[in-house]
Design a protein around this ligand. Structure first.
Ligand code: GAR
Length: 223
């Protein structure tokens, strides 16, 4: 990208798209110096597609062809992405496991948000597992995507307190509210060229992150 050209984001979704909306609104409001070039879903019925269109963003759907394997899907996905020349690809509730080959192609340019304090609770049903374990803290993590599922270097985490009486619904709603703050923030750092991927690690403002940055929403999230 040359100086002066807008920083381009591609956002991949599978569902509701609340993170996609938060990121897109931050771009439209100018609080992130970037533009959302495209929102791509792997599901035709993803509610987020209509939300993106309402926000004036181009959308695309890349479906898994019935008889074809994952590599055909990934080739179509890469073609749809590359047509928009994104500087960064943001996975936002994109519920597919991507192959090592695909991830390697976009290494250092692809970020994800995961609803847990990684490395705790990789995978699915994080809110339920946190409640079952009786944890007192939970949160979300924005991380670079590597071939290891939910295992790439974490940049920023939001931490919330688990409250007595919390259900999966109340806890996930509180965590999601913080996702809508931390994901745009990290993407803003990318657009400002403050965040970079080097030597297999995340670097912020020229310093290698030795540990994730943690923002504690404990008190705020209780209100
Ligand atoms: C988000 O809470 C995100 O953390 C989670 O899916 C939700 C999507 O919501 N992602 C994962 O679980 C990835 N492993 P949204 O579609 O409303 O942004």
């Amino acid at each position: 990208m040359s100086a002066g050209t807008p920083f381009r984001l591609a956002i991949l979704i599978s569902g509701r798209g609340s993170n996609m909306s938060a990121i897109t609104r931050a771009c439209l409001a100018g609080s992130i110096a970037a533009q959302v070039a495209v929102v791509i879903s792997d599901r035709a019925d993803a509610a987020g597609l209509a939300r993106a269109a309402e926000l004036g963003i181009e959308t695309a759907t890349v479906l898994q062809p019935q008889a074809a394997g994952g590599s055909a899907f990934e080739r179509s996905l890469a073609a749809a992405l590359d047509a928009h020349q994104p500087d960064v690809i943001a996975l936002a509730g994109f519920m597919r496991i991507l192959s090592g080959r695909f991830v390697a192609h976009y290494l250092g340019r692809m970020l994800n948000i995961h609803p847990s304090l990684l490395p705790a609770y990789r995978g699915l049903h994080t809110h339920r597992r946190v409640l079952e374990a009786g944890d007192t803290e939970h949160g979300a993590s924005v991380h670079f995507v590597t071939a290891e599922l939910d295992g790439g270097p974490v940049v920023l985490q939001s931490k919330v307190a688990v409250e007595p009486g919390d259900t999966e619904a109340t806890l996930s709603a509180r965590v999601q509210a913080t996702e809508h703050i931390i994901y745009p923030r990290v993407l803003g750092w990318c657009a400002q060229r403050r965040l970079a991927w080097r030597e297999g690690a995340a670097w912020l403002d020229g310093r290698r992150l030795q540990a994730p940055i943690v923002e504690d929403f404990g008190a705020a999230a209780r209100n």
